[in-house]
Design a binder for this molecule. Structure first.
Ligand code: FES
Length: 521
């Protein structure tokens, strides 16, 4: 990494999608309301679902904890594709050919629906068709690529086997899908959100759902103490916060991944790419007001686990230097994704016994098409009682039983992280430089400390408010991250990502800690 690139790391990460679009200013909910359907979560799923339901004449309100489209949707790579890694052969062999067909049809339909909506609503969102590729540089993946081509083709996807891509990257094989697409997600969705309001829907920002009561209807309580009564509820808030049903905390885990947007001397040759092998690297381009950007993504790891998070940006920068003449890196950002036990999202009834409570989660890094699948599937379930894609995405599908090994593995991992956080000794190290965060043990208690550039110390209780795991410092994003279910908090304790619904205890007696630090040196 060059000196200039290192200096960039002093600036907080910034997503190109958010930096290049206006901030929203929807109201906060300040009174009790009644609606037909309440949607928890103002990301792509929530906005797209609301739009589809409003077209059917249903009254809808969206509750968003922060600003809409700032979470995973604002930090994506924004590929609109049915090519979700090497997924089709996996679904065919672990679930069934019929499920693979539903998955293919759902995602191909989602591409066509986004294309149709941006055209019909005249949304200028940089939509363009692109082929997409999964490529490998390793011999052991070649047969998997061949199998994927065969299965995807038999499902009606226009897929082909190729041995070259238009990059100076020596590959062994690739599967190419035709008629895929890319866009600017916030340009598309900010316009769609306006349509939601134009058609009578309501959007409330800075309105966090913190509890649900069930008494015939559903009553959602917000963090301001307001109550929303609705006949039906869709939870599209990424990791579900509602634990009464479904045990989602035991069958979802979270991963973080990273993106950089570079300016390069070379012109990008077109197409969207991802490696079959891990840690994955992905590529696409995007035209900005300041010329062409190449977006390089990948480097995933479990939230709150693994090495120093800054190293993941460094690995992407090293990859960029290996394949391009890098002139600038104007943007970098990271995101968080929910992963399911069998690699297929959970979209449908929250459980088999909750006919009026719905969920959309576990998109596994393929949120653009999957959010649109959620909108199609859930609006069909709610309005018509069935969807052509409901079986493969059914959160209560029987095939999840076949993932028992994954279930045990993930839950042992959570238990290990819980115990590790409680019993790992904390070194007596009070030297906290500006810009640095660490766990300290000044008063016999585990405390998270971050010193900002002005020298002010920020202290939080590092016990996660969701289920009590101990948080880890994320140096790249300056956040406290939970290794158990992925809740994240700012350095001063505010919630960034759920399932937690309560902030961290903040700013205990800073003066005592400052004295300890002074006495230590
Ligand atoms: Fe569940 Fe932290 S997110 S314990």
């Amino acid at each position: 990494m060059s000196l200039d690139e290192r200096k960039n790391f002093i600036k907080p990460p910034e997503s190109y999608w958010i930096a290049s679009t206006p901030t929203t200013d929807y109201p906060t909910l300040t009174e009790d309301i009644k609606t037909d359907i309440v949607i928890v979560g103002g990301g792509m799923s929530g906005i797209s679902c609301a739009y589809m339901l409003l077209k059917e004449g249903v009254k809808v309100a969206i509750l968003e904890a922060d600003r809409i489209l700032q979470g995973t949707t604002g930090h994506t790579t924004a590929k609109i594709t049915s090519q979700h890694g090497l997924i089709y052969n996996k679904i065919k062999s672990k679930m069934s050919m019929e499920f693979a067909k539903q998955y293919a049809d759902a995602n191909e339909s989602a591409i066509r629906l986004i294309e149709k909506m941006q055209r019909e609503l005249h949304i200028d969102c940089d939509f363009m068709h692109q082929p997409s590729y999964v490529f490998t540089r390793q011999d052991e993946y070649v047969q998997k690529i061949k199998d994927e081509v065969e299965t995807a083709s038999s499902l009606g996807i226009k897929a082909s086997y190729v041995e070259e891509i238009p990059f100076d990257i020596p590959i062994k094989a690739a599967v190419r899908f035709e008629n895929q697409a890319q866009f600017h997600p916030r340009k598309y969705l900010l316009a769609l959100a306006k349509e939601v309001v134009n058609q009578g829907g309501s959007i409330y920002e800075h309105t966090r759902a913190i509890d649900i009561e069930e008494n015939g209807a559903y009553v959602i309580t917000t963090n301001q103490g307001k109550r929303v009564t609705a006949e039906k509820v869709i939870i599209a808030s990424h990791y579900p916060f509602y634990n009464k049903h479904g045990m989602y905390f035991a069958r979802l885990y979270t991963e973080r991944s990273y993106s950089i947007a570079i300016k390069a001397k070379e012109k990008y040759p077109g197409g969207m790419y991802i490696t079959a092998e891990e840690p994955a690297k992905s590529l696409r381009s995007q035209m900005s007001d300041d010329g062409e950007l190449i977006i390089i993504g990948g480097e995933h790891h479990k939230t709150g686990q693994g090495k120093d998070t800054t190293s993941h940006y460094e690995a992407l920068i090293a990859f960029a230097h290996d394949h391009f003449t890098v002139e600038d890196i104007p943007y970098r950002w990271s995101t968080q994704d929910c992963m399911t036990l069998d690699d297929v999202p959970y979209i449908g009834h929250y459980t088999a016994d909750t006919p009026n409570l719905y969920i959309a989660t576990g998109y596994k890094k393929w949120g653009m098409t999957t959010s649109t699948v959620s909108a199609m599937l859930l609006s069909d379930l709610i309005i018509r009682g069935k969807s052509p894609y409901q079986d493969v995405y059914n959160p209560s599908r029987k095939t999840i039983g076949a993932s028992a090994k994954e279930f045990v593995k993930e839950n042992i991992n959570v238990a290990k992280e819980l115990i590790k956080g409680k019993f790992t000794p904390i070194p007596k190290d009070f030297d906290i430089k500006p810009g640095e965060g660490k766990v300290i043990n000044g008063l016999g208690e585990r405390t998270g400390a971050f010193r900002d550039e002005q020298g002010v110390l920020h202290l939080v209780n590092t016990t996660c408010t969701h289920m009590g795991c101990e948080l880890q410092w994320n140096s790249a994003e300056r956040s406290w991250d939970c290794p158990c279910h992925g809740s994240r908090f700012t350095y001063d304790g505010k919630i960034i990502d759920g399932p937690a619904v309560m902030p961290l205890e903040y700013n205990r007696d800073v003066n005592i800690f400052e004295k300890l630090i002074k006495d230590d040196f």
